[in-house]
Design a protein around this ligand. Structure first.
Ligand SMILES: *Cc1c(COP(=O)(O)O)cnc(C)c1O
Length: 378
């Protein structure tokens, strides 16, 4: 059966990227690889909209988050973290380990932090050294307004603006330099159309200065090491050579399509996916929906296990389950990375077939028709 992956990481990998990675391995100190890494460093600046360095770490996104917190802050530093889901919660867990001084703001799942609330927090905690945000909270499919939040932080404090952009980079409009962000992280298996294994981290001048001044409490996941090597278009340790080569190919595809077009495509796919779900009588979960992933309430009477089995076993479709309190209550459809309009017809069509198989009542074709109309007009 043909496998159809609709999860917000890993995401599908285009054939040309797979083929580039299948070539015989080369040594990371030979000129051929150095040329590729130099180009990757340059093209990552295009992706993040920055003139600052974007380092490539050989680890998943969480490794990038850990490298950030451990390299940027020292024991005792007060850091505000926003927990509006599983990944915002992770910021708090990391800060508690590495500084022991976390001000965690909990936000209801499915909502994003309001700027007024963040302004209050900044006034209450003028000594905060950083604020950790999540641009697209993958567990809840919810997007935060990073442009406004970052401007607010800059206005009210000297705290560093730290952004988990892991499912936002490539899906949502983002301007690292213009929005005054200090750190933004993404992971290869999300919007970059790559297998898992790389974390990409953009670092502002202000953050670089702070990192240089910190005494090192880590060896491998160190932004200090990574930035030093980056200055010579190098990496401190053996990089994941094949993945860097694949990333080179993926970034060429991104440049060819154009970043603005990619943002627009994600918005349009997300919109069509939402229309399709609405037309099937399924309620959407988020009140500030991400363009990367659409979270949907399971309809009354539909069991996740039966629905997921019908999707997977009869249609080859993998979507993501809900997490924590929303396990068995919501599911999440990804449209992040290598997806097009026909993929949205496929996933909504597959959901119709699964609903039919488990005898859930709906009008056959209603979802697919809504997706067509979203793209083609009435
Ligand atoms: C996937 C994800 C992570 C974690 O990345 P891993 O690659 O699984 O370590 C962190 N934040 C967000 C928003 C994510 O979507």
């Amino acid at each position: 059966m043909k496998k159809r992956l609709f999860t917000p990481g890993p995401t599908p990998v285009p054939e040309n990227v797979m083929l580039r990675m299948a070539a015989p391995i080369i040594h990371h100190r030979n000129p051929e690889f150095m040329e590729i890494l130099t180009r990757v460093h340059e093209d990552l600046k295009y992706l993040f909209r920055t003139t600052q360095p974007v380092v490539v770490l050989s680890c998943s996104g969480t490794g990038g988050m850990e490298a950030t917190i451990s390299s940027l802050f020292k024991q005792g530093d007060k850091v505000i973290t926003v927990n509006a889901g599983k990944f915002g919660e992770r910021w708090g867990e990391l800060v508690r380990i590495f500084t022991g001084n976390c001000v965690e703001e909990k936000v209801a799942w499915g909502s994003a932090i309001q700027p007024e609330r963040l302004a209050e927090l900044l006034k209450e905690h003028p000594d905060a050294k950083g604020v950790c945000l999540t641009h697209s909270e993958t567990s809840t499919g919810t997007a935060a307004d990073i442009q406004t939040l970052s401007a607010l932080i800059r206005e009210h404090s000297d705290a560093l603006v730290v952004v988990d952009g892991i499912t936002a980079v490539g899906a949502h409009e983002f301007h690292f330099d213009d929005w005054g962000v200090d750190i933004c992280i993404t992971g290869s298996q999300k919007g970059l159309m790559m297998p898992p294994g790389l974390a990409l981290i953009a670092v502002s001048e202000r953050a670089q200065d702070i990192i240089k001044g910190q005494s090192m409490r880590q060896y491998y996941l160190s932004l200090k090491h990574a930035l030093k090597a980056h200055a010579g278009d190098d990496t401190p340790f053996t990089p994941a050579v094949s993945l860097v080569i694949g990333l080179d190919e993926a970034l060429q595809m991104i440049k060819t399509e154009g970043i603005e077009n990619i943002w627009k495509r994600h918005e349009s796919l997300a919109n069509a996916c939402r229309e399709g779900c609405n037309a099937l009588g399924m309620k959407l979960f988020s009140n500030s929906p991400s363009f990367a992933v659409t979270p949907v309430w399971l309809p009354e009477g539909v069991k996740w296990s039966a629905f997921n089995k019908a999707l997977k076993n009869s249609n080859g479709i993998t979507v993501a389950a809900g997490q924590d309190d929303y396990k068995d209550k919501i599911f999440r459809i990804s449209h992040l990375g290598f997806y097009d309009e026909l993929d949205m017809l496929t996933v909504i069509g597959g959901i119709e077939r699964a609903l039919k198989e488990i005898n859930f009542p709906f009008e056959i074709g209603a979802g697919v028709s809504a997706v067509q109309k979203a793209f083609l007009g009435n």
